[in-house]
Ligand binder design. Structure first.
Ligand SMILES: Nc1ncnc2c1ncn2[C@@H]1O[C@H](COP(=O)(O)OP(=O)(O)OP(=O)(O)O)[C@@H](O)[C@H]1O
Ligand SMILES: [Mg+2]
Length: 497
């Protein structure tokens, strides 16, 4: 890519970028939230047309006007938000739009292609399962297979590991190496520096739309990469935690909750979040963490058990009632649950709880107050947005997350639940959010922190509870934290089967 420029109203997202990709390499594209990574790749995949610049393949200029053009040049992209159809099976998803010589592939052909993929790249998948029953890691495999079936030789993966478990990441990387040795070229966007140092051959770093650093992987350290991304070193804090306690708590007793398929996915879970502590929930994703939190917030009915805040039984309250008693929630699904993407940031800022004064006065929005609140979030949490009137969908993934975290934190809650709050955030923003969680705790708030990042839990939590197949373990005290021990519990050790 040569001299690529892409401007959005008020934002120069990509500013004269030269980007070279060599055959059979794994190339990491790095940069802070909003640096222009996704936009640059969307230009390569034909989602956006560049305002200026050229794309050359083997020295010859090609025009990529849409995804079909990209595909006919062997380029495929897996976006951060998948495009599979949840109610269709894997087989059906794979056969959509797949034709060879004008005919639809029949089932046997798909089967044999899948077996081939399994043999060559270690990509395993159950054809007859519905996509909605698959884990994120499995859905990602289907997306990659889709690209391979369409003959992609260059694969672009936008933050593919942000919601995978460590085991799934290891599997993905194994498959990527196998794809590479079969002659594929791969671009991977990620914020995790140790992943870059693990998988990439070469690195390009963007900052504010410009290329600021290019290098082979040899000799690179995460220090060097961080400085390239943000122009200075980051002080990694050790999260100073003060002792605070007020006797208040959020208590869950014997909670049972049904999942989307009506089976019991939380079975008799019990835990206590004390005011002034961060209680971490560790677990491989899909062990009931999500349903537990949704049920505590009132989004999901419980089948049995009790939930109490400071002795108040809130089990039968609706969401509004729970928010009034002092509960806050930073959900994981930022685009569907955390924000209404077509609405401006102003309305998104009051989406969760501002039903009363000063935001809503006699049934009408008070835009002045709302704009002020949205502005506070934007400046306080360093959200890169042109102004508070842009629709949420125009923000980069990381900036939208900062906005949602900011909104939930500025509110006056006494207990906050947060699910994977730093997934997709760059180093600087991750530090910022973690420090805010600790500050919230130090001010006497209680945090229920669900995270797939075990290092995050070990760094931030006062105590850790492990969830496995819907059950909760006894809390592990901070003095007993041990990566391997908690890792083993995540795989079921110590739980009755
Ligand atoms: N469709 C759009 N309309 C307007 N502005 C946009 C649009 N898409 C992206 N932008 C802006 O362009 C800039 C670059 O965004 P981009 O999504 O490419 O960043 P990114 O490097 O992928 O960040 P992240 O790591 O947070 O995903 C940001 O300022 C973003 O707000
Ligand atoms: Mg992005």
């Amino acid at each position: 890519m040569k001299g690529i420029v892409k401007q959005f109203p008020g934002v120069l997202a990509v500013d004269h970028v030269d980007f070279e990709l060599y055959p059979k390499e794994i190339h990491a594209l790095l940069g802070e939230n909003g640096a222009g990574k996704t936009t640059l790749m969307n230009v390569l995949y034909g989602v956006y047309r560049a305002d200026e610049g050229q794309i050359l393949i083997n020295g010859k200029e090609v025009k990529i006007r849409n995804a079909v053009d990209a595909q006919s040049n062997g380029i495929g992209m897996v976006h951060q938000h998948f495009s599979l159809i949840p109610v269709f099976t894997v087989k059906e998803n794979l056969s959509i739009g797949l034709r060879t010589g004008g005919f639809r592939l029949n089932l046997n052909q798909i089967k044999s292609k899948i077996e081939e993929a399994e043999r060559n790249y270690g990509i395993e998948i159950d054809l007859d399962k519905k996509v909605q029953q698959l884990s994120v890691g499995e859905q990602q495999r289907v997306e990659i297979l889709k690209l391979l079936f369409r003959g992609a030789s260059t694969l672009i993966l936008d933050e593919p590991t942000s919601s995978l478990t460590p085991q799934e990441v290891a599997n993905l990387f194994k498959s990527l190496r196998a794809l590479q040795s079969e002659g594929k070229t791969i671009i991977i966007i990620t914020h995790k520096l140790y992943e870059v140092l693990d998988i990439a051959d070469r690195v390009t770093v963007l900052r504010k739309g410009k290329v600021v650093f290019k290098s082979m992987k040899e000799g690179l350290t995460s220090q060097v990469l961080t400085e390239a991304m943000i122009g200075r070193g980051v002080e990694l804090s050790n999260y100073n935690r003060e002792k605070v306690s007020s006797g208040n708590s959020l208590v869950v007793e014997g909670l049972s909750v049904r999942g989307d398929r009506n089976d019991e996915v939380v079975t008799g879970a019990s835990l206590e979040v004390r005011a002034g502590e961060i209680l971490g929930i560790a677990g491989v994703s899909g062990n009931g963490q999500k349903e537990l939190v949704e049920s505590i917030f009132g989004l999901r009915k419980s089948k049995g058990g009790r939930i109490k805040i400071n002795g108040h039984d809130i089990t039968n309250l609706g969401v509004k009632g729970r928010i009034k008693v002092g509960l806050g929630y930073i959900p994981e699904e930022r685009k569907t649950r955390g924000a209404a993407v077509s609405l401006p940031l102003t309305l998104n800022s009051v989406m969760h709880d501002h039903w009363g004064q000063p935001y809503l006065t006699r049934g009408a929005f008070n835009y002045k107050a709302i704009r002020k609140f949205a502005g506070e979030i934007i400046s306080g949490f360093k959200v890169a947005a042109k102004d508070e009137n842009v629709p949420a969908r125009d923000l980069s993934g990381g900036n939208l997350q900062k906005f949602i975290v900011g909104r939930e934190m500025i509110r006056n809650s006494s207990f906050l639940m947060s699910v994977n709050p730093t997934s997709g955030l760059d180093v600087g923003a991750t530090e910022y959010v973690r420090n805010e969680l600790v500050a919230y705790r130090n001010k006497g708030g209680g945090v229920l922190l669900v995270s797939e990042d075990l290092d995050e839990l070990l760094a931030l939590s006062d105590r850790i509870v492990v969830m496995y197949r819907g059950k909760t373990s006894k809390p592990v005290e901070q003095k007993d934290f041990d990566r391997l021990k908690i890792g083993a519990m995540m795989l079921g050790e110590g739980f009755s089967h």
